[in-house]
Design a binder for this molecule. Sequence first.
Ligand code: FDA
Length: 498
Amino acid sequence: SNGASVPALIIGTGYGGSVAALRLAQAGVPVEMVEMGMTWDTPGSDGKIFPKVTAPDKRAYWLRTKSKAPVSNFFGFPIDSDIPRYTGVLDAEEFAGITVYQGRGVGGGSLVNGGMAVTPKRTRFAGILPSVDANEMYDTYYPRANAGLGVGQIDATWFESADCYQYARVGRKHAQRSGFAWTFVPDVYDWNYMKAEQAGTVPRSALDGQVMYGNDYGKKSLVQTYLAQALATGRVNVSSLHKVTSVTPASGGGYTVTIDQINTNGDTVATKTVTAAKVFFAAGSVGTSKLLVKLKATGALPLLNNEVGKGWGDNGNVMCGRANHMWDPTGTLQSTIPCSGIDNWDAGGAFAEVAPLPTGIETYASLYLSITNTTRRAEFTWNAAANKVDLSWQTAWKQDSINMAKSIFDKINSKEGTIYRTDLFGGYKIWQDGLTYHPLGGVVLNKATDNYGRLQGYDGLYAIDGSLIPGNTTVNPFVTITALAERNIDNILANDPM
Ligand code: FDA
């Protein structure tokens, strides 16, 4: 509450924030979590907390008046629709060269994501976080993160017969016929629940088109895992619809944190200040970078170093679709939870997920999200004239990623005698090159911070989210974000008096 003094304040309730909250609380430290999005626990008039991916309503988008779906067109028809402005669960945040999709709400990105929970290959780790001891990560922190998140793998026998994964079996067939390594991808979705969905014995979520705007059932988001455990300690308080706008040293020690309470229209209804001995920035790669760049430039935290804002990447995300022959239907029932990928990282720089297109009708389309080994990195800077933070990413940089993804799909198309879809992303576009789901970096570990996330220049300020990772994880990022947070909070609790 306004005027309070707290030992530890965490900005954001995604992966980094939830790990920090649990471990601090377990160590006996009372924790205040501040989250700009809503608490998603109340069903709407349709009985569901979240809308389907094919029918976005106000719950779907963060303060937009029109939806902005990544697959924007279908057979030439634009599918985006007008929606009431609301503090919905998915933010399609637009910068000059890229739209960055992010989760908003208690649970952060875990509310909206596909739950793909991938530990990078150990041989690739040195390229991801060069200053981090790989042995520690693979012996202790990746296992801890996987356990804490509830990561599981699909039953390989069930996979062969499940209607809802016909699209993935077609993806496998085409990958293998072209000589590519195809692998199952672990996920935090409850695979037994999905079996029951397919059997028709429970309410459907993954099999009812729910993903990206939230899942009512089946998915173990942070609300079911780390946050539930943190709240069970009795030492954690979460304030939703509260947005941190400033952090600056307090005269008596610690930090003054300024917080806007907002309503579901996004308007500020109250402004509060809290004094915190320690502040953990866990607002996500974009949220943490934007805050710190602004606070450095505007004089609230002038001693932050010049690495703040640098080293941001898009994890090389690029999407495409292929048109299959009539004898390769992908199925009318598609699980929204991808379960497999094509690994051509070492030879071609791309790891492609076989993604669903859950329209309810046969599309003969195979959709893919590729993660690629691009070296492009952008920088956040303070734009004083416009009073906002800009990002220097250029759309043209995605050509690197497209070329890497083509190392897989040109070959598959030539082998299968098929073509790319041109109707999915608008304007006869083959490649969705305007977005990322995987923002990473901006407050890079061992550069803007020490090797454990302590911000340079200020005792008691930490970054503990995706902003620490310099732009790429070779696979989907949240397991690495979680494992790194586990590692860093261990070191912080051992060395910094709380
Ligand atoms: P995260 O973004 O989770 O949390 C930050 C939180 O801080 C948010 O809740 C935000 O509202 C809040 N916040 C921001 N600024 C604030 C402020 N000023 N004050 C208060 N609160 C503030 N990854 C993966 O590994 N597998 C997958 O399958 C997918 N799929 C996927 C699909 C979609 C549609 C998206 C958008 C993303 C994914 N991801 C993914 C990415 C994954 O969700 C993402 O990498 C993590 O959520 C990032 O975790 P962080 O802890 O860094 O921040």
